[in-house]
Design a protein around this ligand. Structure first.
Ligand code: NAP
Ligand code: ZN
Length: 347
């Protein structure tokens, strides 16, 4: 076994703290990765606080993993020692169902094997995530990070980047389309940059006025502060696509009215409580309300290459592992510009 050290949550209420554990020795197709950086996603916080159901403690969170290949199993062909690689939100899937066969492993019929708070393929060994110094992953679930993207900035692409890239591609954000991004945190700010690069007209819908300047600098064409719901009335019937990245419980009713006929509101944010909606605004204008989960391995690789080509990277604040608990508090207060990334060198 390979000894690993990291930062774990031991219950929903306690702060995270140091934790030592073991990773499996590499099997034929495994890649051993020295983790250099790991992003903090709001999903880490929902999970360790058991907001989505009871977590399986101890939990080492982290699914925005960037590092360097330390060793490879004897049959690995895609990677070699020294390569820049990444791991996102899942580390395996059944590989046999129709979704896995169509490069949609995130929707695997048997459920993908999540990077943490889930189980390895054996169904019994808990998976542990990237707030740690090393991880062992099958080569088919490892991503190649283009050399032009520094590892600290690459990390958030593995979840925040792909979670916005996938729906923007699926619902065709492109020139001539008006796209709004609700919530400009880790996910939202990547949405702004990617939608802009795809040629769409981009609006940020933010719950305060604090991020206006940043949003415009990142490529948004328009910024709307939604703290006064009256403001939304001025934007009715405007958008082809709205992507909701908000992590908190909010009233969705007002937002459907912002869509054109046939427009779609796609939710990626996963707050603790259900979002209630009234069907009228959907029915009256044939609007759609949909959801989207991260992206497949193939699409994540496509997104990484797209970001390299378009010189797109997240805005990050690099922290030490000791600062994780304060970072969590700041994420909850929307006081993150725009993704915390943990530097594992100081573990
Ligand atoms: P984040 O960095 O905390 O961003 C969330 C944003 O929501 C905040 O920056 C803020 O934007 C807005 N917000 C927060 N509290 C609010 C409130 N009370 N009222 C209105 N707006 C509020 O979180 P994240 O890491 O981007 O993740 C966002 C959500 O997506 C989380 O629920 C996460 O679990 C989920 N997620 C889903 C997927 C998926 O595959 N579907 C993948 C990753 C994460 P403004 O200040 O601009 O309003
Ligand atoms: Zn995430």
């Amino acid at each position: 076994m390979i000894s690993a050290k990291g930062v774990a949550a031991f219950s929903a209420k306690e702060p995270l703290g140091p934790y030592s554990f073991e990773r499996r020795d590499p099997k034929d197709y495994d890649v051993v990765i020295d983790i250099k950086f790991c992003g903090i996603c709001h999903s880490d916080i929902h999970t360790v606080r058991s907001e989505w159901g009871q977590a399986n403690y101890p939990v080492v969170p982290g699914h925005e993993i960037a590092g360097i290949v330390r060793a490879i199993g004897p049959k690995v062909t895609s990677y070699k020692v020294g390569d820049q690689v990444g791991v996102g939100c899942f580390v395996d899937s059944c590989r046999e169902c129709s979704y896995c066969q169509q490069d949609l492993e995130q929707y695997c019929s048997k459920g993908m094997n999540g990077t943490y708070n889930s189980f390895e393929k054996d169904g019994v060994t808990p998976t542990q995530g990237g707030y740690s110094n090393v991880i062992v992953v099958d080569e088919n679930y490892v991503l190649r990070i283009p050399n032009s993207i520094p590892l600290d900035k690459a990390a958030p692409l593995l979840c925040a980047g792909i979670t916005l890239y996938s729906p923007l591609m699926h619902w065709k954000a492109e020139p001539g389309k008006r796209v709004a991004i609700m919530g400009m945190g880790g996910l939202g700010h990547m949405g702004v940059k990617i939608a802009r690069a795809l040629g769409a007209d981009v609006t940020v819908l933010s719950h305060s006025d604090k991020k206006r300047e940043d949003a415009l600098k990142m490529g948004a064409h328009h910024f709307v502060s939604t703290h006064n719901p009256q403001v939304l009335k001025e934007h009715r019937g405007k958008f082809d696509l709205i992507i909701n990245t908000v992590s908190a419980d909010i009233n969705m009713g007002d937002y459907f009215e912002l869509l054109k006929v046939d427009g779609a509101l796609v939710v990626v944010g996963l707050p603790e409580k259900p979002l209630t909606i009234h069907p009228f605004p959907l029915v009256m204008k044939r609007r759609s309300y949909a959801g989207s989960l991260i992206g497949s391995i193939k699409e994540t690789q496509e997104m990484l290459d797209f970001c390299a080509r378009h010189h797109i990277a997240p805005e990050i604040e690099v922290i030490t592992p000791k600062e994780v608990n304060t970072a969590y508090e700041r994420v909850i207060k929307s006081d993150v510009r725009y993704r915390f990334v943990i530097d594992m060198a100081t573990l």
